[in-house]
Design a protein around this ligand. Sequence first.
Ligand code: PLP
Length: 409
Amino acid sequence: MIFDVNRVRAAYPALSDGYAYLDGAGGTQVPATVIEAISDSYRSGIGNVGGTFPASDRSSSIVAECRLALADLTGGSPDGVILGPNMTTLTYRLAEALSRGWEPADEIVVSRLDHDANIRPWVQAAARRGATVRWAEVDLPTTELPPAQYGELLSERTRLVAVTAASNVVGTRPDLAAIAAAAHAAGALVYVDGVHATPHVPVDVKALGADFYATSAYKWSGPHIGTVVAEPALLETLHPDKLAPAPAGVPGRFERGTAAFADLAGVVAAVEHLAALATGPDPATGPDPATGSRRQRVLASMAAVEEYETRLFARLLDGLGAMKHVTLYGRAARRAPTAFFTVAGQSPRQVAKHLAARQVNVWSGDNYAWELAGALGLRDSGGAVRAGLVHYNDQAEVDRLLAAVDELA
Ligand SMILES: Cc1ncc(COP(=O)(O)O)c(C=O)c1O
């Protein structure tokens, strides 16, 4: 597969403003096709679902198309795609529904590597039910989440294991298949935070062993929409609070109020965008993008994205690693292309401001990886600087960041 970053960049109107958008881990820009899909829906007229007129039918079609697209992105079932505003809201909703069956002697396992959105909803739900929370710890020198510790954390009382597919700060991609296998052997369900992993790697929820897989479209070139993908049969066992006249079936009963229909059309366009990032038939790496199914095209395209980003990330890490005034956090063997670092004598926010003045967008702080920032001793000193690569970033942007950080020596 051929990944041509110049072709990819041309698809994004916002990238022409001269800034290096290395803030993708906090939210990506969107290609013109996504903007057009959203405005086309409004232009053609959309109504609420369940009506007797074409505009209502258009919204119903958008919802159905969106479930199909997200199933193609993740390898899940369209009928198990729950749509909502963002991952945090949906995770609270799932925590509420799942924890109804928990009893005081029950246990859950969360990880210190995770974004708080895959920790606090579970910790708070466990507190309400009197259940015990066990913590999987990060090996700080390597920033790995060793799967072996789950053997001791799990018991026949474990109801749920919540774990991330990739850290949103240090990038660590834990061995989810091993963790999920241990969790399933103990009879626990596995809730995977796929928000940071989805933009960077091909995703297969079944291979990961994820009973629930959460992701947010705004992290992969789509609008501000979140989803949780699960097997419909599993969702059938859960009964969230819902309005009396609202849908009783699955996945509808997990979706509250009126959906953002136009944005859902944007999600479909974003999945199409991901499926088309890499081009050119190459029998060695994947199907002909012109003829493969969308699922096949997504997998082949995201494999090319992973390869491209890994190469670019190596340049970023080598450059930062060579600077004596920079401390890098994150050493995992498998990681998303996200750098987390501090600069001697400067607060992370000062570094971010310095970079912004040179038209380089990065984040600073704990980025809601609150537990990990605490474990790394960074929580009270302003966290660290986060520079995250996505598929539209290029070498010139990385070099601009490196030159700007070098000025702070
Ligand atoms: C890894 C990870 N999980 C969860 C979230 C929360 O996602 P949302 O903003 O969709 O609630 C984020 C957002 O930054 C994230 O990076």
